[in-house]
Design a protein around this ligand. Structure first.
Ligand code: CMP
Ligand code: MG
Length: 422
């Protein structure tokens, strides 16, 4: 890519682009100054001046309309090109509601430019989602629809959480050697009053972004404590069974959440060893210092903490050595690499096995137990046991399902009295 593709230079007085022309890119001003003007009644009206660090020409790129104004260099300019693709790939990643707001603000701004030019303002209200005649309108229509879907989903989830529509399905964790069930992971499911089960892939990200995940974590802990206590009381029950609940690093760092956890143990009359908190590794690292202090408190309380999704992101070994946790859980993506079969994937499988072995060695050296999740085949289960994993979890041993212990106190599906959430 040549310098010409990245930057453009204009001498003082040069027109960078004309009002009404089609737009090909936006510019970040790296050096020099520009003047932004429109023609009105045959005269030039200067709207603004812009200098280093500012952007011009973005409007035509955002919604594929013509240039709203003429931009002229008032001193020698060096401009960094921002291409349509660069801008659009970012816009696509934007939250749909923000994208809609963005589109609306741009529309309003164009309307006011029109009235400045002496053109009539639109007689009737311009619909936010115009009929899709042009690519730009289609884009706006799509943004409008996804914004509506998103707003609805957020409101529905808020209602659903308050109405007790979150339930927990339990997936067994088995001892790698004996294959006996040692505990269960509680996984949140949303049973919508009209649509039935909503996929976690759809509602968990919304819960995380809106903060509703904090309410769900609380429900998870309260439910896990009750279910673990009931499992331990069963005739055939094992007095050491535990239930693990997924919570966020933010929950972990919140002293109020600690109170909630101890309250849940008391209410369920569950010894602390019956509860395990699973926390994603990446979020833990982001909150490392604060998390360390709280992890000590959980250890003193006697609640187990497991580092989830280990090996999926940038695993930080120096923190691992300092965290007072009991378990690390190898991510499914690592387990998936174990699969043998044809020659190339056998080679990959060997390397996957070496990776697991290294994780096991490290975990055991630090006195941590190691769980492998996402175990789907008998071969994987045997290999993971032979590599030294302590506990296994995955479809091969059981899918998440609704346990009788989790439904005992109908009508609320998660086995809890209707939640009081503020
Ligand atoms: P665009 O419509 O692509 O081309 C002209 C550019 O001038 C426009 O994008 C904005 O970057 C800029 N522009 C238009 N109107 C104004 C204004 N009133 N004040 C500052 N900048 C403007
Ligand atoms: Mg988990």
């Amino acid at each position: 890519m040549s310098e010409m593709d990245i930057r453009r230079r204009f001498p003082a007085g040069a027109v960078i682009f004309h009002e009404g022309a089609p737009g090909d890119c936006a510019y970040v001003i790296e050096a020099g100054e520009v003047e932004i003007s429109i023609r009105r009644d045959g005269r030039t009206v200067v709207l603004a001046r812009r200098g280093v660090g500012e952007i011009v020409g973005e409007m035509a790129i955002v919604d594929a309309a013509a240039r709203s104004a003429t931009v002229t260099a008032t001193s020698e300019c060096r401009l960094l090109i921002l291409t349509r693709d660069q801008l659009h790939s970012r816009l696509r990643r934007l939250d749909p509601v923000l994208r809609m707001v963005f589109g609306v603000v741009l529309e309003r701004f164009r309307d006011s430019l029109k009235s400045m030019r002496g053109e009539a303002a639109p007689a009737a209200a311009t619909p936010v989602a115009p009929p899709p005649e042009t690519a730009a309108a289609e884009g706006l229509g799509e943004a409008f629809q996804s914004a509506i879907d998103r707003i609805e989903l957020e409101q529905e989830l808020r209602r659903g959480v308050a109405a007790g529509e979150i339930e927990f399905h339990h997936q067994p964790l088995v001892s790698a050697g004996s294959r006996r069930i040692v505990g269960y992971e509680a996984l949140a499911r949303w049973r919508h009053q009209d649509f039935g089960l909503v996929s976690p892939g759809r509602f968990i990200p919304v819960a995380e972004e809106t903060g509703l995940v904090r309410d769900i974590s609380k429900l998870a802990v309260a439910s896990a404590a009750i279910v673990a206590a009931r499992l331990r009381q069963r005739d055939v029950g094992d007095a050491n069974l535990f239930v693990s609940a997924n919570v966020t690093a933010e929950d972990l760092c919140d002293p109020g959440f600690f109170e909630h956890v101890s309250g849940a143990l008391r209410a369920a009359a569950l010894p602390p060893s019956g509860l395990v908190l699973e926390i994603t590794e990446s979020t833990l690292i982001e909150n490392a210092e604060q998390a360390l202090a709280m992890l000590q408190r959980y250890r003193d309380l006697g609640v187990g903490v497991s580092i989830d999704d280990f090996g999926a992101g940038y695993s930080n070994f120096s923190y691992l050595a300092r965290y007072p946790v009991q378990t690390i859980k190898i991510d499914k993506s690592v387990v998936d690499q174990l699969d043998g079969g044809d020659a190339p994937s056998r080679d990959r499988g060997d390397r996957g096995a070496k990776l697991v072995k290294a994780m096991v060695t490290m975990a055991h050296a630090l006195d941590l137990k190691i769980v492998a999740e996402g175990v789907e085949t008998p071969t994987q289960a045997d290999v993971l046991r032979d590599l030294g994993c302590d506990v296994l979890q995955g479809y091969y041993f059981g899918r998440p399902e609704l346990l009788a212990e989790a439904c005992a106190s109908a009508p609320c599906a998660h086995g809890l009295p209707a939640p009081e959430l503020v």
